[in-house]
Ligand binder design. Structure first.
Ligand code: ZN
Length: 219
C-alpha cells in the first residue's frame, strides 16, 4: 500500500466523467460542491474537475471534513412551534416516565419519538390517523381560552441536532406530509397514545427506552 498522497490545487489525475462518458484527464482545484443530502453547497472544496467540461468528477477523502463543516453550518435548525396546551399534555406524559424529564428531557424525548416514527410504519399510520382529532382537541382548548379572553402562549422548541438528524427529521415530515410543528404534535401524540395503546409490559419498555435515550445524551 502506498501512502495516500496529499492533493493540492494543480495536481492532475484521470477519472471517469459522467458528462463526457469517458475517462478524462482531471485537474484538482477549489470548487463549490452541491450537497447530496439537501439543497445548498459546500464552499471552496478541493475537487478533481474534468479538463474537457469542467464538471467535478472526484472529491478526495481529504475534502470530507470541509464538506461536513459546511453541511453543519448550512443545515437549518429544527424549530417547532407548539402551544402551551400541547406542552401541558406532553409534560404530563413525560412526568409519568420520570419527574426530571421536564423540562430538560423534552428535546431527547421528541428525538426518540421521531426515531420511532421513522422506524415503525404501523406507529406512523396510527399517529397519522389520530393526529386530526388531537389537533381538533387542541383547537377547542385554545378556542375556549379565547372566549374567556385568556391567552395561551406559544412555545418554541429548538432541538440541538446533528445535520444527519435534522435531515432525517425533515425527511420524516415530508414522508408524513406534515409541517415541522405538526410533526412535533405527532411526536407529543406518540407519548400520549403510548399510555392508551401499549400493554403494561410494553409501556414499561417504552419508558425505559425513553430514559435510556435521555441518559445516553446527557452522557
Ligand atoms: Zn467531462
Amino acid at each position: 500500500m502506498t501512502r495516500r498522497r496529499i492533493l493540492q490545487a494543480g495536481d492532475t489525475g484521470r477519472a471517469v466523467c459522467q458528462d463526457c462518458a469517458t475517462v478524462v484527464p482531471v485537474t484538482y482545484c477549489y470548487r463549490d460542491v452541491p450537497f447530496r443530502e439537501m439543497p445548498g453547497s459546500a464552499k471552496g472544496i478541493l475537487s478533481g474537475t474534468c479538463d474537457h467540461c469542467g464538471t467535478v468528477v472526484l472529491i478526495p477523502a481529504q475534502s470530507s471534513p470541509h464538506i461536513r463543516y459546511w453541511l453543519e453550518k448550512t443545515t437549518p435548525p429544527v424549530r417547532l412551534m407548539v402551544s402551551r396546551a400541547e406542552m401541558e399534555i406532553f409534560d404530563a406524559a413525560l412526568a409519568q416516565i420520570h419527574r426530571r424529564l421536564v423540562p430538560e428531557g423534552r428535546g431527547s424525548a421528541l428525538i426518540y419519538a421521531f426515531r420511532q416514527l421513522s422506524q415503525d410504519p404501523a406507529l406512523r399510520e396510527r399517529i397519522t390517523n389520530a393526529l386530526p382529532a388531537f389537533q381538533a382537541e387542541i383547537s377547542s382548548i385554545l378556542q375556549r381560552a379565547r372566549v374567556k379572553n385568556l391567552k395561551v402562549p406559544t412555545q418554541q422548541l429548538r432541538l440541538s441536532l446533528s445535520p444527519q438528524q435534522a435531515i432525517a427529521i425533515r425527511d420524516l415530515a415530508g414522508t408524513m406530509g406534515l409541517t415541522l410543528s405538526d410533526l412535533g404534535r405527532a411526536a407529543i401524540l406518540v407519548f400520549r397514545e403510548a399510555e392508551k395503546d401499549l400493554s403494561a409490559e410494553q409501556l414499561r419498555k417504552f419508558r425505559a427506552d425513553v430514559l435510556a435515550q435521555r441518559f445516553e445524551r446527557v452522557g
